[in-house]
Design a protein around this ligand. Structure first.
Ligand code: ARG
Length: 465
C-alpha cells in the first residue's frame, strides 16, 4: 500500500507509533474554522490572479463550505491517518470536488497554513478575553461604587496596617485587569501580520498577492520575511505571557476571597451559587470556584513555560516541534476565559459584612499612623519623633489589652503631655479613611469618583463594540 498523504516517494505506511506521535488531529481540529477561512481566502486570491481558474476557485469555495457544514453538524469523520486538520480538510475536499481540490495547495505549504490558522485563532481568543476582562472590570467598579465608604482593614505583610475602603480594594483589581488588557492589545497588534504565502519557508514562484489574502483575513499586513513568517511563535508566547500575568491577578483576588469568606475573617459572604457544601461537615460552605480560579493559574503559567521551552533552540525555519504549540495555547486561553467568567460571577455575588469589616479595621491599632500624623500637624513634631511617641502609646494600649481609641486621656498624657482630647478624633476608622483624600488615596470621595469613571468608560466601550 502506498502512503495516502505523500504518494510517490513513500512506498510503505508509517509505523503505528508514528501515527501516535505524529498525528495532531485530536487537538488541532479545534482550528477548523480558521483553517477553512484561510483556505477560502487563499483560493479566491489564486483565482483572482489567474493561477487557478475562476471555476476551480468557486468549486473549492463551495467544497470548503460543505466541509464547514459537516464539521458543524458533527458528521465529518476526522482521521488520524491524515495527521492534522489541514490534510483532513484537503482530503475531504478531494472526495467532494475531485481534482480541483489538489490545486488549493498551490503556492502554500502547511507551514504558512498552520501559522496563519493559529494567528487567527489566538486573535479571536484575545478579543474574547478582552471582552471578559472588561466585564470583570465593570463588575468590580459597580461593587466598588456600592462600597465606596465601607471600611475594612488594609494589610501589608497580612498585618493590619491602616483602614481602607472595600471599594478602594476592589478598584485596585480594576487597575490590574486594565493593564492585562493593555498587554493583550499590544500582543494583538504585533500578531496581526499574515504569514500566508510564505509557503514552506522561501516564498513561492507563483505570482500571488499576499496583501490580498492578508486583507481578506483582517491582518494589517503580510509578514515581510518568509522564514520568520513560518517559524515565529512570538504571538503565542506573548499571549501566554499576558495570560499568565492576568491569571496571577485572578489568583490573588481568588486567594483574598478564600480568606475573606473564612469564618476567621468573616468579611464577605458568597451565596449558594458559588460555593459548595461538604459531604461530611454540615456547617461548611466552601469557596470552590475561587479555589479553582486560583488553581488554574498553574496550568496557564505552565503552558507559557512549556511553549517557551519548545521554542528554545529551534533553528530556522519550521520544525515539527512547533506542533507542540497548540495544546498549551488552547488550554491556557480556555482556562483563562473560564477563570474570568467565574470571577466576574463571584464579584457580583459577594456580599461584604460591613460591620465585621469595620470592627476588624479598628483592631490592631490601625489608626496609629493617624495619631502620629496628628502630632506632626498639631505640635510640629518631626514625623520620626511622632512615630516614636505613638509607638509608646501603642505599648500602653497593649499593656492594657485595649485599642488606642479606648485609652483614657491620662494614658495619652502620661506618654506625652502634648497629646490632648482632640487627638482622639483621628482614631476613628471612618474619619481615618475620609482623611486619605490625596490623589489615588482610599477616601470614599475618591473611590466614588474613580468607580464612576470606570463604569462610564466601560459602558461606553461596551456600547460601541
Ligand atoms: N500539524 C502541523 C503543525 O501543527 C502542520 C505543519 C506541518 N508541516 C510540516 N512541514 N510537516 O505544526
Amino acid at each position: 500500500m502506498t502512503n495516502t498523504m505523500w504518494g510517490g516517494r513513500f512506498l510503505a505506511s508509517p509505523a503505528a507509533i508514528m501515527e501516535e506521535i505524529n498525528a495532531s488531529i485530536d487537538f488541532d481540529k479545534r482550528l477548523w474554522r480558521h483553517d477553512i477561512l484561510a483556505s477560502k481566502a487563499h483560493a479566491a486570491m489564486l483565482a483572482d490572479r489567474g493561477i487557478i481558474t475562476k471555476k476551480e476557485g468557486e468549486e473549492i469555495a463551495r467544497g470548503l463550505d460543505k466541509i464547514a457544514a459537516e464539521i458543524e453538524a458533527g458528521t465529518f469523520s476526522f482521521t488520524r491517518a491524515l495527521e492534522d486538520i489541514h490534510l483532513n480538510v484537503e482530503s475531504r475536499l478531494a472526495e467532494l470536488i475531485g481534482p480541483a481540490a489538489g490545486k488549493l495547495h498551490t503556492a502554500r505549504s502547511r507551514n504558512d497554513q498552520v501559522a496563519t490558522d493559529l494567528r487567527l485563532y489566538v486573535r479571536d481568543e484575545i478579543d474574547a478575553i478582552d471582552g471578559l476582562l472588561a466585564g470583570l472590570q465593570l463588575a468590580l467598579a459597580e461593587k466598588a461604587l456600592l462600597h465606596a465608604a465601607t471600611v475594612m482593614p488594609g494589610f501589608t505583610h497580612l498585618q493590619t496596617a491602616q483602614p481602607i475602603t472595600f471599594g478602594h480594594h476592589l478598584l485596585a483589581y480594576a487597575e490590574m485587569f486594565g493593564r492585562d488588557r493593555g498587554r493583550f492589545a499590544d500582543a494583538r497588534a504585533r500578531l496581526n501580520e499574515s504569514p500566508l504565502g510564505a509557503a514552506a519557508l522561501a516564498g513561492t514562484s507563483f505570482a500571488i498577492d499576499r496583501d490580498a489574502t492578508a486583507k481578506a483575513l483582517g491582518f494589517a499586513r503580510a509578514s515581510a520575511n518568509s522564514l520568520d513568517a513560518v517559524s515565529d511563535r512570538d504571538f503565542a508566547l506573548e499571549s501566554l505571557a499576558a495570560a499568565s500575568i492576568a491569571a496571577t491577578h485572578l489568583s490573588r483576588l481568588a486567594e483574598e476571597i478564600v480568606m475573606w469568606t473564612s469564618p476567621q475573617f468573616g468579611f464577605v459572604r458568597l451565596s449558594d451559587k458559588y460555593t459548595t457544601g461538604s459531604s461530611i461537615m454540615p456547617q461548611k460552605r466552601n469557596p470552590d470556584a475561587a479555589e479553582l480560579v486560583r488553581g488554574k493559574t498553574g496550568r496557564v503559567a505552565g503552558s507559557f513555560l512549556a511553549l517557551l521551552m519548545v521554542m528554545k533552540g529551534l533553528p530556522l525555519a519550521y520544525a515539527k516541534d512547533m506542533q507542540e504549540d497548540k495544546e498549551p495555547v488552547f488550554d491556557a486561553l480556555a482556562s483563562l476565559k473560564l477563570g474570568l467568567a467565574a470571577m466576574t460571577g463571584m464579584v457580583g455575588d459577594l456580599e461584604p459584612d460591613a460591620r465585621a469589616m469595620k470592627k476588624a479595621a479598628g483592631r490592631g491599632h490601625a489608626t496609629a499612623t493617624d495619631l502620629a500624623d496628628w502630632l506632626v500637624r498639631e505640635t510640629g513634631l518631626p514625623f520620626r519623633e511622632a512615630h516614636h511617641v505613638t509607638g509608646r502609646v501603642v505599648a500602653v494600649a497593649d499593656s492594657k489589652k485595649c485599642d488606642l481609641a479606648k485609652l483614657a486621656l491620662e494614658d495619652l498624657k502620661s506618654v506625652d503631655p502634648r497629646l490632648t482630647e482632640d487627638a482622639f478624633s483621628v482614631l476613628d476608622v471612618s474619619k481615618s479613611v475620609k482623611s486619605r483624600s490625596s490623589y489615588g488615596g482610599t477616601a470614599p470621595g475618591n473611590v466614588r469618583r474613580e468607580a464612576k469613571k470606570w463604569i462610564k468608560r466601560l459602558k461606553k466601550a461596551a456600547g460601541s463594540r
